[in-house]
Design a protein around this ligand. Structure first.
Ligand SMILES: [Zn+2]
Length: 269
C-alpha cells in the first residue's frame, strides 16, 4: 500500500530525539510519501532540510495564524514575507524542476479559536502569503479554526491560481461545501475517527473522491485507536480505513485515490 500523508510536522521538537528512526520506519510501513509542514520561519527551514534528505518527502512553508507573536505592524508583515521569500530562493526553488521540494505555501490562514485579538494582522499576512503563492505558482494549504466566513471571503476576493487544500478540515458542512465549490481539496485528519465526531460520516460522504486527501497532522491529533499518543505518519492508515468503511471501498483503493490526488495538487511526478 502507498499511503500519502498530506500534512505532518516531523519538524516538531517532539521528534528531535528519534527523527531519523521514525522517518525510516514510516517509509518502510506502507507510507510512500509525506509532507512536512512549516508554521513559522524556523520550522519552515527545518521542513526543507528534512525534505532534502529524503526523495519521498516534500515541504510546505509558511507563517501560520498562531505564530504571529512578533508581528505588530505593517512593517513586520512586510519583513516576514521577505524572510519567507529568502528561504525559498536560498533553497534553489524551481517550480518547473521535478526535484522541487517546496510544493505549497502553508500552513496559512485564520485561527480565531486561539487568537481573537489580532484578526486584522492574521488576515493581512494570509493575503500576503496568497500573493506569494501566486507569484511562485504554488497552491496553498489552509488552516482555519472558528473563522469560516472570513476565510472563505478572503479566498473569494484573493483568487489562488493553483487553488489548495483545507488542511485538517473542520467537520463543518457549510465550509466543506463552499470549499468544494471553490475547487479546493479537503484533507481529513484523525478527527474523523474520534467517537465524539458525530457528523464525520456525513462529511466523508460529501467529499468526492477526486477532492479527497488524508493527513495525520503529526505529532498532534492521533486517530483512534491510538488517540492520545504522539502521532506519526504511519497512523494515516486509520484515517484511510475509516473513509474506506464509509465510502464502501477498500483501504487500498482509498490509499491509491488520495495518493494520486496529493501528487496532482502538489505537482509531484
Ligand atoms: Zn499542521
Amino acid at each position: 500500500m502507498n499511503l500519502f500523508d498530506s500534512h505532518a510536522h516531523y519538524n516538531d521538537e517532539k521528534f528531535d530525539k528519534d527523527r531519523e528512526k521514525i522517518i525510516d520506519e514510516t517509509l518502510n510501513n506502507n507510507v510512500s510519501n509525506f509532507i512536512v509542514a512549516g508554521y513559522n520561519i524556523e520550522s519552515s527551514i527545518k521542513a526543507i532540510e528534512i525534505a532534502k534528505k529524503y526523495k519521498e518527502v516534500y515541504a510546505i512553508i509558511g507563517i501560520s495564524p498562531n505564530d504571529l507573536e512578533d508581528i505588530n505592524m505593517q512593517e513586520d508583515i512586510k519583513n516576514k514575507i521577505l524572510e519567507l521569500e529568502k528561504i525559498i530562493y536560498n533553497s534553489n526553488f524551481n517550480n518547473t524542476n521535478s526535484e522541487n521540494k517546496i510544493v505549497a505555501i502553508g500552513e496559512i490562514g485564520l485561527d480565531y479559536y486561539w487568537n481573537k485579538e489580532n484578526k486584522k494582522i492574521q488576515k493581512e499576512i494570509f493575503i500576503n502569503q496568497i500573493k506569494l503563492a501566486n507569484k511562485l505558482n504554488l497552491p496553498i494549504v489552509i488552516h482555519t479554526r472558528e473563522a469560516v466566513s472570513d476565510t472563505l471571503e478572503i479566498l473569494k476576493e484573493n483568487e489562488v491560481n493553483k487553488k489548495g487544500i483545507f488542511h485538517c478540515c473542520p467537520l463543518n458542512r457549510e465550509l466543506v461545501k463552499q470549499a468544494l465549490k471553490l475547487n479546493y481539496y479537503i484533507s481529513l485528519s484523525g478527527v474523523i475517527t474520534f467517537k465524539n465526531s458525530k457528523n464525520a460520516d456525513e462529511i466523508i460522504q460529501i467529499v468526492p473522491e477526486e477532492k479527497l486527501l488524508i493527513e495525520t497532522d503529526s505529532p498532534y491529533l492521533a486517530p483512534e485507536p491510538v488517540r492520545g499518543t504522539r502521532n506519526n505518519c504511519m497512523n494515516v492508515k486509520y484515517i484511510a480505513k475509516k473513509i474506506a468503511e464509509v465510502k464502501n471501498k477498500t483501504i487500498e483503493e482509498i490509499a491509491e485515490i488520495t495518493n494520486n490526488n496529493a501528487k496532482k495538487i502538489f505537482n509531484i511526478k
